[in-house]
Design a protein around this ligand. Structure first.
Ligand SMILES: NC(=O)N[C@@H](CC(=O)O)C(=O)O
Ligand SMILES: [Zn+2]
Ligand SMILES: [Zn+2]
Length: 433
């Protein structure tokens, strides 16, 4: 396959030849008939979303590997990393094997993380192709997998021994402001007091847990990756301690000011923060302080979300809108295109050791997504492919891909009517195989 005249994130215009599953050549000009004339189009390395919850096994009404990975492909994401708070939780050999079987339905490449609970079996987990440890929950979130410090210490030590990154959900529940939540009214959805969730799971709770996680990590020289940092204080604490960190699109593009409109659809952990903190987080993503943007794609149905603020489940979908939101921001001049590339592809490949992914270079996996940067659309939940038919980014600008390839196979072709609609075939593979 030959793609001609593509613009790369660094501004170069090149031809790209795909040979089998790999990129065979990237040159200003290559001989042969073009299969894709990419004149005026932006070619990006397929994004690696290091944080998704595809919900199988256990909650296929929220998402399946099929729908979640189609949503990824339609958003230019070619590798996803699934988190362990499924049912059963991915904490031992049998649960890992069961998830690995289901993941064969994936349209994109994937990693499967191993989780930590009192009943976890590290020997069984580490004898399997585990992507990383995590997310390890220092406080309860969806799935109630919060653990204490002693177990966390043991898990980090083991991960260091296995040369495995530990992805941490860093919130310290002892610092939550319970009274703020108790004071909230009983209204449902938008009628309720969604802001109480942000007051409850305080910024200070994040900073304290980030500091603890980094301190524990330093003792055994473990690689600590802080998931979904939502505050400048949390990011700075992680970076100061030599940990890597990720920021989610919702903490970049939404703040507490949006909760009146979002209601309980905007409840997630960690929660939305003040507009001032959002701007400080945005700046740290823009200037390269933050390593990764990942989505924490956490689908729940609209019906489930339309409850009171104390009952609604936490989490928002996002795997399909991450790159579109960032590219639209780049078109508005808020990010360099190269920064977007680094945040969603090159850096996650480095942090999680995926040597053949994240770059458009000869010899790399042909994971690619092609965009028309002039085609800026309004995002609508009902046009997305997740089982969650809603998005917290309703009406925001997005630049969606026209074509997505996983190791040379077309998995998404916008507007094409194939056997599976716009989708190719479930071409995904475990990246740790
Ligand atoms: N972020 C969330 O609010 N929810 C996530 C779990 C998590 O990442 O903490 C989920 O699985 O629903
Ligand atoms: Zn989490
Ligand atoms: Zn998560």
């Amino acid at each position: 396959m030959l793609i001609t005249n593509a613009t790369l994130a660094d501004g170069r215009t090149v031809d790209v030849r795909i040979e089998g599953e790999r990129i065979g050549a990237v040159k200003p000009q290559l001989p042969g008939e073009p299969d894709v004339d990419a004149t005026g189009k932006l070619l990006m390395p397929g994004a690696i979303d290091a944080h998704v919850h595809f919900r199988e096994p256990g909650f296929p009404h929220k998402e399946t590997w099929e729908t979640g990975s189609q949503s990824a492909a339609a958003g230019g994401v070619t590798t996803v990393v699934d988190q362990p708070n499924t049912d059963p939780p991915t904490v031992d050999g049998a649960s890992f094997d069961a998830k690995a079987e289901l993941a064969r339905e994936s349209y994109v490449d994937y990693g499967i993380n191993g989780g930590v609970t009192e009943g976890w079996d590290p020997d069984e987990l580490f004898s399997r192709p585990v992507f990383a440890l995590g997310e390890v929950f220092l406080a309860d979130s969806t799935g109630e997998m919060g653990i204490g410090t002693e177990l966390f210490e043991r898990a980090v030590e083991r991960a260091a021994h296995e040369d495995t990154v530990v992805t941490v959900h860093a919130e310290d529940a002892t610092r939550f402001d319970r009274r703020a939540l108790e004071a909230a009214g009983d209204g449902i959805g938008r009628e309720g007091d969604a802001d109480a969730w942000s007051a409850f799971r305080s910024a200070a709770a994040e900073t304290a847990a980030v500091e603890l996680a980094c301190e524990v990590g330093a003792r055994s020289d473990a690689a600590i990756h802080i998931a979904h940092t939502s505050t400048p204080e949390g990011i700075d604490a992680a970076v100061r301690a030599g940990a890597t960190c990720e920021v989610c699109p919702h903490h970049l593009f939404l703040s507490r000011d949006d909760l009146e409109e979002l209601g309980t659809l905007g409840r997630m952990n960690p929660p939305l923060r003040s507009e001032e903190r959002r701007e400080a987080v945005f700046e740290r993503v823009r200037d390269g302080t933050v390593d990764i943007v990942a989505t924490d794609h956490a689908p729940h149905t609209r019906e489930e979300k339309e409850a009171g603020i104390r009952e609604a489940p936490s989490g928002v979908p996002g795997v399909e809108t991450m790159v579109p939101l960032l590219l639209a921001a780049a078109e508005r001049g808020e990010f360099a295109r190269e920064r977007v590339r680094d945040l969603v592809a090159t850096n996650p490949a480095r942090v999680f050791c995926l040597p053949r992914k994240g770059k458009i270079e000869e010899g790399m996996d042909a994971d690619l997504a092609l965009y028309d940067p002039d085609r800026i659309e309004a995002i609508h939940g009902e046009s997305l492919h997740s089982k969650a038919d809603w998005t917290p980014f309703e009406g925001h600008e997005g630049v969606f891909p026209e074509l997505t390839l996983v190791r040379g196979t077309v998995v998404y072709d916008h507007g094409k009517e194939g056997e599976n609609g716009e989708f190719g075939r479930p071409a995904g593979r475990n990246v740790r195989r």
